[in-house]
Design a protein around this ligand. Structure first.
Ligand code: SF4
Ligand code: SF4
Length: 328
């Protein structure tokens, strides 16, 4: 039943949401992107200019080298490949034996100056996590812009030729985002395994494409998604829908528990969503953190309680949602 008011997310939990040991560094390199998708929570696009500086990039390389507990360096944006620091960070993280994830929109491979990216990623064995919000052309082009579907398919074919999706060291995962709701008939993301099978059989049959895993990601009501929901007077009803589907079993798996999210200025957040909503992580003494402060303190584990907000219900509804897909 739809409720009339939304309970604070922290009151929904049986205990405060605390950090575990940090094992993932997710770096948002900046807001430059060759696309400007309707659902983009980063509000990225070709006209944005904000990106990492050489100074912050160098500090991040120091963090990568200094803390063996970091297992994964997850590069996002914007189109991370377009923003300053992409290649230096990939190379530093691979030299330090970390898994590197590149969150790619795939169409960047066809932008002049970026055509070497598939070979570059294969050479450095980066995992590629690519958005393909549907396996049908119409739905993708409506969300991301005309021609994006065909470019994405062509890009995956290039990656497959290089061994992505086939070689154990060249992992290619795809991401499904549901369309932004148009009415109060909200739905949870479909079953991840079942949808993965549908994607795999359709893409194999029509394009000979293979990939490893599909992640289903819930649209959190922030950024452009929030703007569109507000425009349709659906923001509060959507939050209520997410709240009414709260699943306590997702909480221990939330991605914010063991990651730090870093912005292009070197500020630290509990996750990329908090970064976009300007909700910085804080130490138990209330201090905001930066990459420079982490280096100075000599530890990554300075945050006790994770900052939460109503949109956290998007991560905990149904099977849960994270940058790695469903949680349970
Ligand atoms: S969703 Fe991804 S590809 Fe689309 S504008 Fe945002 S950052 Fe760029
Ligand atoms: S938005 Fe999701 S990942 Fe971020 S703090 Fe809330 S629950 Fe954690």
């Amino acid at each position: 039943m739809i409720q009339t008011s939304i309970k604070a997310f922290k009151d929904q939990l049986s205990a405060p949401l605390t950090k575990q040991q940090i094992t993932t560094l997710q770096i948002n390199l900046g807001k430059r992107c060759n696309l400007a998708c309707k659902h983009c929570h980063v509000e990225a696009g070709p006209k944005r200019t904000e990106e990492l500086s050489p100074e912050i990039c160098q500090q991040l390389i120091e963090v990568i080298n200094k803390f063996p507990q970091i297992q994964t360096v997850d590069l996002t944006g914007g189109a991370p490949e377009m923003n300053y620091g992409f290649k230096p960070l990939v190379e530093a993280a691979r030299r330090a034996n970390k898994q590197v994830i590149v969150r790619s929109n795939l169409t960047i491979y066809f932008v002049p100056g970026f055509e070497d990216l598939p070979e570059y990623c294969a050479k450095h064995q980066t995992k590629i996590v690519a958005s393909l919000p549907c396996y049908l052309e119409d739905n993708v082009d409506k969300m991301r812009g005309k021609g994006v579907y065909n470019d994405s398919i062509a890009a995956i074919q290039i990656l497959n030729r290089l061994g992505y999706g086939k070689d154990a060291n060249l992992v290619l995962d795809l991401v499904y985002n549901p369309p932004i709701p148009n009415s109060e008939k909200f739905a949870l993301t479909p079953d991840q395994k079942k949808l993965e099978q549908d994607y795999k059989s359709y893409l194999q049959k029509h394009f000979g494409i293979v990939f490893n895993n599909l992640y289903t990601i819930t649209n959190l009501p922030i950024g452009r998604t929030k703007f569109q929901l507000e425009h349709k007077k659906l923001h509060k009803p959507y939050l209520q829908f997410l709240e009414s589907n709260f699943n306590a079993g997702t909480v221990e798996h939330l991605m914010c528990r063991n990651e730090l999210s870093i912005d292009y200025l070197g500020n630290v957040y509990d996750c990329d969503f908090n970064q976009m909503e300007n909700l910085p992580a804080r130490t138990c003494s209330g201090e905001k953190l930066t990459v420079a402060k982490l280096l100075e303190a000599g530890t990554l584990d300075l945050i006790e309680e994770i900052k939460t907000a109503p949109y956290c219900y998007g991560c905990t509804a149904g099977s849960g949602s994270s940058c790695g897909g469903a949680l349970v």
